[in-house]
Ligand binder design. Structure first.
Ligand SMILES: *Cc1c(COP(=O)(O)O)cnc(C)c1O
Length: 379
């Protein structure tokens, strides 16, 4: 085994430089008139929110976004000084104090919540800014109020400061549907009504990774919200999509170490339920990682890992802390050696999208499921 530079059974290596490169790539694609808000919710999609936030701020990011007040407070407590941290999931009454204390900027998604925030702002004695989220047709968070109703609510809430208007696309990578065009038209109608009422200089933002990647119309908009792209991913498009514009690469490699390597005779059963029977004598490896680390149980007898530079199957049922793999192709690996669950070894490559297809889910889900017990190491 020699020296073990990373003394953990299962660990993730995150390349700070790759995240910085991805961020710079998004910036260059959207151009100088548009700011890029770095989405670091859900512990930066498993990459570690504090570290990723620091990388982005060092790259000049002025905008970050999280999901909840709690996530934003964690960043502020760690000393992240981005001028704005947008809490995209808004706030609940019990989060009001933390929202103000940690200088977070909520996405407000109802007229009632505008009034709540106005009351808070009147009491806070410091500027409380917010972005109003419009439900332009996704049917999730956001107000469905008309332009006139929003303008009236703005007039009744003079203490809270409207800084931006946002909406979120449900199908930005799907060119077989008109949903994105419909959503954009709806959003622009509302934004025009609000601007016409004298609310000028607002931040307008609609686009996240897929809308940026496929160049969905965002002219006139001055902010985009990039998450998945920072971590090196763009969803494949459906329908007649234009060429993808981003040049981003995964920043995360996930490894697990072998606990044991053993020879099994033909006909041996492997793992819970005996769902795999060796069709011949086989060499198997037992990895020190299982579904508690975030390896999807659905990958039992389906998924692959990279061992000794080659893709090789997962054998049998994935256990909580252990996963068995086929090592018949190599005698080079032994206890303590690393196997790649997600990443690249030479020509062999396994990214979150490939894993997601086999697991019946999406790449976001794969990244976010790498559990807290998997140590993050920054390189
Ligand atoms: C998560 C999220 C994003 C980022 O989306 P990506 O596809 O990861 O770029 C943007 N906006 C909202 C509202 C989100 O919830």
């Amino acid at each position: 085994m020699g020296i073990v530079p990373v003394p953990f059974r299962s660990f993730v290596l995150v390349s700070r430089e790759q995240i910085a490169r991805n961020y710079r790539n998004v910036r260059s694609v959207v151009g100088p008139g548009v700011d890029v808000l770095g989405v670091v919710k859900a512990d930066a999609y498993g990459h570690g929110a504090i570290e990723v936030a620091r990388v982005l701020v060092a790259e000049g990011a002025r905008w970050l976004a999280v999901s909840s007040v709690d996530e934003g407070a964690t960043l502020r407590a760690a000393g992240v000084v981005a001028p704005r941290i947008l809490a995209m999931g808004g706030f609940l009454p019990f989060e009001e104090a933390a929202l103000i204390e940690h200088d977070l900027t909520p996405a407000v998604h109802s007229l009632a919540q505008m009034r709540d925030l106005d009351r808070l702002a009147a009491a806070a004695g410091k500027p409380v800014r917010y972005h109003l989220k419009i439900d332009s047709g996704m049917g999730r968070l956001g107000t469905r109020a008309s332009g006139a109703e929003i303008v009236a609510a703005l007039a009744a809430t003079p203490h809270a400061q409207l800084e931006g208007l946002m909406t979120h696309f449900a199908s930005a990578a799907d060119y077989s549907s008109t949903q994105t065009a419909d959503q954009l038209a709806y959003f622009e109608r509302i934004a025009a009504a609000i601007e016409l009422a004298g609310h000028r200089g607002l931040r307008l933002h609609t686009s996240s990774t897929n809308a940026i990647a496929y160049g969905r119309a965002n002219s006139g908009h001055n902010l985009v919200r990039a998450g998945h792209a920072l971590y090196g991913y763009v969803s494949p498009a459906r329908g007649e999509a234009p060429a993808q514009r981003l040049d981003v690469q995964p920043a995360l490699t996930w490894k697990a170490r072998l606990l044991a390597v053993k020879e099994l005779p033909e006909g041996a059963l492997v793992g819970y339920g005996g769902t795999f029977r060796t069709p011949r004598a086989m060499r198997i490896g037992v990895l020190g990682a299982g579904y508690a680390d975030g390896i999807f149980h659905r990958l039992s007898n389906r998924g692959q890992v990279i061992a000794g530079g080659k893709l090789t199957p997962i054998l049998g049922t994935i256990s909580m802390d252990l996963t068995t793999i086929d090592l018949s192709h190599t005698s080079a690996l032994g206890p303590g050696d690393e196997v790649t669950l997600l990443g690249q070894e030479g020509e062999a490559r396994l990214d979150a999208q490939q894993i997601a297809r086999v697991a019946g889910t999406i790449s976001y889900n794969i990244l976010c499921s790498i559990s807290a017990r998997v140590r993050r190491v920054y390189v």
